[in-house]
Design a protein around this ligand. Sequence first.
Ligand code: UD1
Length: 422
Amino acid sequence: MDSIVVTGNGPLSGEIAIAGAKNACLALMPATLLTEEPLILTGAPRLSDIKTMTVLLESLGADAASLQDGQVLAMSSHDLKSTRADYDIVRKMRASNLVLGPLLAREGHAEVSLPGGCAIGARPMDLHQDGLEALGAEIELRDGYLHAKAANGLRGAQIALRFPSVGATENIVMAATLAKGTTVLDNAAREPEIVDLVRCLRAMGAQIEGEGTSRIEIQGVDRLGGATHRVVTDRIELGTYMLAPAIAGGEVECLGGTLDLVQSFVDKLVETGVEVEETARGLKVRRAPGARVQAVDVETAVFPGFPTDLQAQMMALLTTAEGVSQLHETIFENRFMHAPELTRMGAEIDVQGGTATVTGVARLKGAPVMATDLRASVSLILAGLAAEGETVVNRVYHLDRGYEQVVRKLRGVGAQVERVKG
Ligand code: UD1
């Protein structure tokens, strides 16, 4: 198994191009199942999760071509041959469950494996299920699969989510585009990836209003057509690379970044003493080498709050802050797996339930560490940038799921990072 070796070597300088959003793309791709016409996505990230979704769509009978070195995905679901999302694919990637709503709307039935737990928590699907049932689907759990059917088609409904789940919002909105009548979804998720999905669905002919707010209204239509859509910038990749100069010192411009995607994260970064400037090309981040950042308290929340997907990376920064920081994780119950690894590098972290208390140390020390999930693995690389000596991050396959060309991007701003084949 490959590993990534990072040697802390001082301030960074230059620019990093931010890719299209993995999480937006993973919701946009299943939208192809809603139409017989081609759906073309541009600005797609080149990641193993995108390949996994491609394999899943192909297993359902869709054609999916990857063009321009993977940055353009051309998909067509003219002839579907299956409505079953197999356990072997779903267990690899939970976002596979996003085919449920589209398949149900298009074919009237679908069989989707339950994903099971993952490293960061239980991750049930009850909200997806309740929402689709409100639209008239009958869903039962058999052999580990959700068997969903809507014998008489889906009908618009009033739905209020108990929690603004991103995936449930996406599944319900996609299903409702082809339902009869109007659906009003309250307490909907407001993440930029939802806004991006709705814009694409609208380009395909869907009638939807209210994306980016807690109430989304969908007027069902008889059919959707094809579209060409550019994937929104990845705000998590953006935040991750903004943390590189914050941790190592120096100045890096993240191309394609905008403040509206990461405002609450930027607010916290600025509170630590890091400078952030919005430019015509992106977001520029600056920290004078030698000046320590200040401790801050962070609580993860749904958008527009501080994203849970940046919590591990923020913790990497706070390990070397002056003072004591508290990180409260409110979205997933088990998302501090990076803490013991950071501790191996000399960080002082005490985890009690959903709260991690980080006492800043002057300097981290390189060590062999183990990546446990996608965001945890990149937090260890970030920590390595500020550590004395060599940090070897093992199990980097997690990283390939969500960060394209991480080594090339970090080397481009002067970091000493390499991937070692194993
Ligand atoms: C998406 C993102 C993920 C991010 C998360 C929260 C994708 C592909 N993944 O995941 O990177 O960390 O949003 O911003 O977009 N829940 C239930 N019942 C459900 C569904 C969710 O209880 O039916 C709970 C989950 O266990 C979790 C919380 O709601 O505690 C948030 O989950 P959700 O917003 O659904 O996240 P995902 O869409 O899975």
